[in-house]
Design a binder for this molecule. Structure first.
Ligand SMILES: Nc1ncnc2c1ncn2[C@@H]1O[C@H](COP(=O)(O)OP(=O)(O)OP(=O)(O)O)[C@@H](O)[C@H]1O
Length: 696
């Protein structure tokens, strides 16, 4: 029986095809797998660059291109294209073996040959070359072959290299990008997750290279496996991890460890694989947790997709961090009597009146959460010496005494009335867990860690005993969308020496990522461990259309424009479930939802997560956290809505808090824009948001 491998790049293309064509491809290759040699109808291709390229009929209009083995029976599906394009593909492209990694690479040889003379001519009149500081021996050591080297030597700027990326052999293109961005040859290589080999691989042996290319060629283990892979074409992460990702999944850590990296670099993927790996041990119990409900649902779906073992799956508990707190609390005390937000404001106001204090309810509430609860302050002396970093407004000793009196009265009132807030429930649950010797979990995996509050961190810390692989933390402080700022060290979680960074973005095209990154240009963002973080190295190897930024005269025009775009996406073959719409405020989302509903487009609100998933998802920018869609419209990015006035402290009241609030609002917009895989539309009416002004 022939063995089938599928080129990883094909899955992305497959995901975009119409359903009937997808079904037909699956049908052909399921038969291919089951067929004997004589039954396979593969045709040789005249004028193909590689004599081992074969075509296979998919339907009247489409052909698959397959690499036939020199000997043996391992075939590799490279692509499926309309009839003429498929043959052109084979006449332009060739395969080669990377002499440093031994892996297989595809290049558009015709494109390189056609463009080389033009580039050479331009280079003659330009004094500086892009790679003049790198010598040939380094390029050769990093696997750059003669044709690519000749090409690279003509380049004068990074834009030329970017334009050539899809045409150059993939790994070599990545090496050149790394070198062009200023990394040393060794840094480039380790970033690729590869080790430079002493002896070059045999570049003539394609079959051996295919067998070695486990990071590129997905080997199919029978028809069921093929159907399962094709059923989730965008979930390639289940079967293929980049070596840098795999190394983090497989590492044994002596204590808490974490992974950081820009949006879409696979932090969640690594966290899920790690949870699943830890759950393989018979005595394991793994908590996977985060802070939003939509993300919790999506983590649960990911865990299920990944788990081939029911036993391991049963050892993983995916829980929203607040639900965990409530569950622990309820098991001991029964359901808490919760104080509603409006009642909380009333309570602060009554204390302010009674003590005749010069503070607002909002100020006291933030002081209680960000200082008292965050630092576990329970006495006046502790409050007087507590750090108030980030609180902006300075307080003298007398004012501090007044504030403490108010905080104390607030807590006393809660106690007397038997009332709880989510924070005090979390604090009590933490106390219960800290006091208990038999912890509910052995391992904790946290996603979107940048947004957890200190109390939530303490709860999670207390949920598993300290020890090897006890905590795994995935997060990106550039995507912080709430007010929590935590120093892991201060909470007692030490990750120094056990931190890894991912740089390659798998979700977003280079165009969308580059555009979105400009939203955060110049912002200084901490790394939760006492240093500044940077996502400067974050990049994507996939190219596409630049984002569309569109301003309209009035809001009704804007809503109409968004609805038209959604319809155009659907008409072009994108399913409604692959479209997401983000707004800063809920009310605008409702208006867009009504308009789409009126036009008969299936639509659902992310706030009511359950429901038909094959519908356009509408949610706030906050609800988009951790999710992704093929096409995303970020709507209402006007001066009046972004930043949201209610989320910004006036600069006159407190300049430091004002700056923090503004940075957080930028991050919220950044998060929304980086949810798009292929197409991003950003709209506003009247004036654009100040965050957009430098970009439009
Ligand atoms: N090794 C891989 N191969 C193919 N696709 C991958 C790989 N790793 C991640 N992806 C895909 O990239 C996308 C982003 O992954 P993931 O959600 O894990 O990133 P993230 O770093 O957690 O993103 P964010 O911080 O923006 O939420 C997903 O579609 C995932 O399937």
């Amino acid at each position: 029986m022939p063995k089938l491998g599928v080129d990883r790049d094909f899955f992305r293309e497959y995901g975009r095809l119409d359903k009937p064509l997808q079904d037909r491809i699956t049908e052909v290759f399921v038969k291919f797998e089951a067929a004997t040699h004589t039954g396979i109808h593969l045709e040789k291709i005249r004028d193909a660059r590689n004599p081992r390229f074969r075509s296979i009929r998919i339907d009247q209009f489409h052909r698959g291109i397959v690499l036939a083995p020199e000997t043996g029976d391992a075939y590799t599906l490279l692509t499926v294209l309309p009839h003429d394009d498929a043959y052109t593909w084979t006449r332009r492209r060739d395969l080669s073996v990377n002499r440093a990694t031994g892996g297989i690479e595809v290049r558009d040889e015709s494109w390189i040959e056609e463009n080389l003379p033009v580039l050479q001519e331009t280079a003659q009149t330009t004094p500086a070359r892009l790679f003049e500081g790198i010598n040939d021996s380094d390029l050769i050591r990093l696997g750059i072959d003669e044709q690519t080297r000749t090409f690279a030597r003509t380049l004068t700027d990074e834009a030329q290299l970017e334009a050539a990326l899809g045409m150059l052999p993939e790994t070599q293109g990545q090496v050149l990008i790394g070198l062009a961005s200023g990394l040393t040859p060794d840094e480039v290589w380790s970033d690729l997750g590869a080790a430079i080999v002493d002896k070059p691989y045999d570049t003539d042996d394609l079959d051996a290279a295919v067998a070695r290319s486990t990071d590129r060629i997905v080997l199919v283990d029978g028809p069921d496996d093929l159907m399962a892979i094709f059923a989730h074409p965008f979930a390639l992460w289940r079967i293929y991890l980049h070596p840098t990702q795999q190394a983090v999944v497989d590492a044994d850590f002596r204590g808490p460890a974490r992974v950081t990296g820009g949006p879409g670099t696979g932090k969640t993927v690594v966290a899920l694989h790690r949870a699943y790996r830890l759950a393989q041990k018979p005595d394991a119990s793994v908590l996977v947790t985060t802070f939003t409900s939509t993300l919790t649902d999506s983590l649960l779906a990911g865990v299920k997709l990944l788990s081939t073992s029911a036993e391991a799956l049963a050892r993983i508990d995916v829980q929203h961090v607040d639900k965990l707190a409530h569950r622990v609390f309820r098991d001991e005390h029964g359901a808490p009597n919760l104080l509603a937000d409006s009642e909380e404001n009333g309570l602060w106001d009554s204390i302010i009146d009674r003590l005749d204090l010069p503070f607002t309810a909002a100020f006291l509430s933030a002081e209680w959460r960000n200082v008292a609860l965050a630092q576990r302050v329970s006495t006046a002396a502790a409050y007087l010496s507590a750090k108030r970093t980030g609180r902006g407004r300075r307080l003298g000793a007398n004012q501090k005494a007044q504030v403490w009196q108010a905080l104390w009265e607030f807590e006393s009132a809660l106690r007397e009335r038997g009332l709880w807030t989510h924070e005090t429930v979390c604090r009590e649950a933490t106390r219960l867990l800290e006091d208990c010797d038999d912890k509910p979990y052995r391992h904790v995996v946290v996603d979107e860690a940048q947004d957890l509050s200190p109390e939530q961190w303490r709860l999670i810390r207390a949920a598993a005993p300290e020890g090897p692989d006890d905590m795994f933390i995935a997060g990106d402080t550039h995507q912080r969308i709430y007010d929590s700022r935590v120093s892991l060290r201060e909470i007692g979680i030490k990750v120094t020496g056990r931190s890894s960074r991912l740089n390659l973005n798998y979700r977003t095209t280079a165009e969308i990522l580059g555009w979105s990154l400009q939203l955060l240009a110049g912002e200084r963002i901490d790394d939760m461990d006492g240093q500044l973080d940077s996502i400067a190295g974050c990049r994507s190897a996939v190219h596409g259309m630049p984002p569309t930024a569109k301003g309209l005269a009035a809001q009704s025009d804007e809503i109409g424009y968004v609805a038209d775009t959604v319809q155009a996406w659907i008409d072009s073959g994108v399913t409604p479930g692959e479209i997401g719409i983000a707004t800063r405020a809920k009310w605008l989302g409702s208006k867009v939802q009504d308009e789409l509903f009126r036009r008969g487009v299936p639509v659902r609100s992310l706030a009511k997560a359950k429901g038909d998933t094959d519908s356009v998802a509408i949610g706030t920018m906050h609800a988009m956290k951790g999710l992704e869609f093929r096409c995303v419209a970020v709507t209402g990015v006007s001066a009046r809505q972004v930043p949201a006035a209610a989320a910004i402290t006036a600069v006159e009241d407190d300049a430091q808090t004002h700056h923090r609030d503004m940075q957080r609002e930028r991050c919220v917009l950044f998060v929304a824009c980086t949810r798009a895989r292929e197409d991003l539309l950003v709209t506003w009416s009247e004036e654009p948001s100040p965050f957009l002004v430098p970009l439009v």
